[in-house]
Design a protein around this ligand. Structure first.
Ligand SMILES: NC(=O)c1ccc[n+]([C@@H]2O[C@H](COP(=O)([O-])OP(=O)(O)OC[C@H]3O[C@@H](n4cnc5c(N)ncnc54)[C@H](O)[C@@H]3O)[C@@H](O)[C@H]2O)c1
Length: 231
């Protein structure tokens, strides 16, 4: 029976690459995105597009219900929708928007995916969730938050992992390409992230974060172990 995969933010960039990768393997793919271009990606891969704002719990639940209604089940969920450009000037509107999409969207997406019977969930975090990111501190805070959630949350019979991409060639970094080139920083193809997402799903492990950088194989991030003080 074909796997059923739901990808948030699947209209563009990394999410579209993941949607196409699973579709090539015979999966039925549901794209949930605010960007209506998701309709064309879904049509191309024989999938379903569900207009979805991930910052609203009910819309996450509706996307999961649509997947189950169309394809009878739900196996894999890639919670990939995200946004940045928070700037450095302590703008509370930008803070709320980024937290709503990146953190609420992940929490609501996990909740809906589990209720819908998914057995594997992968979240797109970022290297900004592991390292300081002075050009976008609120984005960094949101991505640190979801890595903390992924590493800490145990869900019976469900694997939960994160991918942490470096710079990836998508519309999100369109305005930064020249600066990256000037600094000699490599930019990876979205397909390299799709490979890591699949590895996280197929590996069967949980609570892991995978680093994805240009030209390197995906690698599980080794976090420091903290010894607790004892009485
Ligand atoms: N491109 C990079 O260098 C890079 C690096 C690390 C992490 N990421 C993360 O990768 C993920 C995908 O980004 P991308 O690089 O493919 O950029 P992208 O702009 O191509 O795709 C992001 C998608 O998320 C969707 N989206 C935004 N807000 C949404 C909402 N409220 N509800 C539903 N969908 C929403 C957008 O419409 C878009 O289709 C994001 O979480 C981003 O933070 C990107």
């Amino acid at each position: 029976m074909a796997e059923v995969v739901l990808v948030t933010g699947g209209a563009s960039g990394i999410g579209a690459a993941v949607a196409r990768r699973f579709a090539r393997q015979g999966a039925k793919v549901v794209i949930a995105d605010v960007n209506l271009a998701g309709d064309a990606v879904a049509a191309e891969i024989g999938g379903l597009f569900v207009p979805t704002d991930v910052s609203r719990l009910a819309e996450n639940e509706a996307a999961v219900a649509a997947a189950r209604e169309a394809f009878g089940r739900l196996d894999i969920v890639h919670l990939n929708a995200g946004t940045g450009n928070g700037g450095t000037e302590l703008d509370l509107d930008k803070y709320r928007r980024i937290m709503a999409v990146n953190v609420d969207g992940t929490m609501f997406g996990i909740k809906a995916a589990v209720q819908g019977g998914a057995r594997s969930i992968v979240v797109t975090a970022s290297l900004a969730g592991i390292s300081p990111t002075p050009f976008d501190p609120v984005y960094a805070a949101s991505k640190h938050a979801i890595i903390g959630l992924v590493r800490s949350l145990t869900i019976p019979d469900v694997t939960l992992n994160a991918v942490c991409p470096g710079f990836i060639d998508t519309p999100m970094i369109a305005g930064a390409r020249e600066i990256l080139r000037e600094h000699g920083l490599a930019v990876a193809d979205p397909d390299e992230v799709a490979v890591a997402v699949e590895q996280a799903v197929r590996g069967g492990q949980t609570n892991q974060a995978w680093e994805v950088q240009a030209g390197r194989p995906p690698a599980v991030v080794e976090f420091p172990t903290v010894e607790l003080s004892r009485v």
